[in-house]
Design a protein around this ligand. Structure first.
Ligand code: NAD
Length: 261
């Protein structure tokens, strides 16, 4: 293997899609900075699984994506460890499902902070180094809910539409600096985030959990298949390649055709 040439930071990568993206870049022998919550065992297992694929350095940064100062410090630490940060994936996210009139204000604030504002704080901290280097990739994991809405997800839909708009603005600002900024808009992926909302959806809609999977989650996806973390990782690798340099400011649907309807 050739020595690691790229360094990637993935927020929210102790689980689900973020961990899948980290594994995809580790398999290309990158240095990887993981981030996210979890037990000591879960974090150690995530680091171990990613380190097994790369000769680069794999670390975990515990920054809380609700705290702006911790986010900028995380980007500074990643840059200090590796000398540069080439790829930033803003992936951390949470969900809460409730009718708008019952939506807890603290859940609204947390979803806006983690799903939208953290991407701003991380990008703000990473951009000067990328622009100076004349090469950088920012990939925001939005959602099909960045393009269309579903009921009972007002905060999530608002945050993800915000991520798509933020992506476009950043892409325009740095188009001539070798830095691209794109959003990926996945449909449903069977991660802990989705598994956790099945009981809430069942309660909000008065149906069984099996009916939620069949009639709510996969009802929207014409392929009737969950999107996989490996598919999202592969799209991230393309966006981070030199061949992906002309994809900029895009909101790329990866949803089995959901938003084509
Ligand atoms: P997940 O729950 O498996 O992972 C979320 C990650 O974010 C975890 O590592 C968690 O520790 C981290 N996180 C949560 N709060 C944090 C905080 N305050 N500080 C730091 N890290 C924090 O979820 P997932 O399904 O892998 O979702 C990842 C992203 O993909 C989210 O932005 C989500 O909105 C988006 N997405 C998911 C789906 C899906 O169907 N699963 C579809 C479209 C978009």
């Amino acid at each position: 293997m050739t020595p690691p040439t790229r360094t990637i930071l993935v927020t929210g990568s102790t689980s689900g899609i973020g961990l899948g993206i980290a594994l995809a870049f580790a398999a290309r022998n990158c240095n990887v900075v993981l981030n996210g919550l979890g037990s000591a065992d879960q974090i150690a297992e995530a680091v171990r699984s990613v380190q097994a694929l790369t000769t680069g350095t794999v670390t975990h940064d515990p920054a809380n994506m609700m705290v702006p100062g911790e986010i900028s410090a995380m980007v500074e630490r990643a840059t200090a460890i590796h000398g540069r940060l080439d790829v930033l994936v803003n992936n951390a996210g949470i969900q809460h499902v409730a009718p708008v009139e019952d939506f807890p204000p603290d859940k609204w604030d947390a979803i806006i902070a983690i799903n939208l504002s953290s991407a701003f704080h991380a990008t703000r901290a990473a951009m000067p180094g990328m622009a100076r280097a004349g090469w950088g990739r920012i990939i925001n994991i939005a959602s099909a809910h960045g393009l269309v809405a579903s009921p009972f997800k007002s905060a999530y839909v608002a945050a993800k539409h915000g991520v798509v708009g933020f992506t476009k603005a950043v892409a325009l600002e740095h188009a001539r600096d070798g830095v691209t900024c794109n959003a990926i808009c996945p449909g449903y992926v069977l991660t802990p985030l989705v598994k956790a909302q099945i009981p809430d959806q069942a309660k909000a809609r008065g149906i069984t959990e099996d009916e939620v999977v069949r009639d709510v989650l996969l009802a929207a996806q014409p392929t009737k298949q969950f999107v996989t973390v490996e598919q999202i990782g592969a799209l991230c690798l393309f966006l981070a390649s030199d061949e992906g340099a002309s994809v900029n400011g895009a909101a790329l649907a990866m949803d089995g055709g959901w938003t084509a309807q």
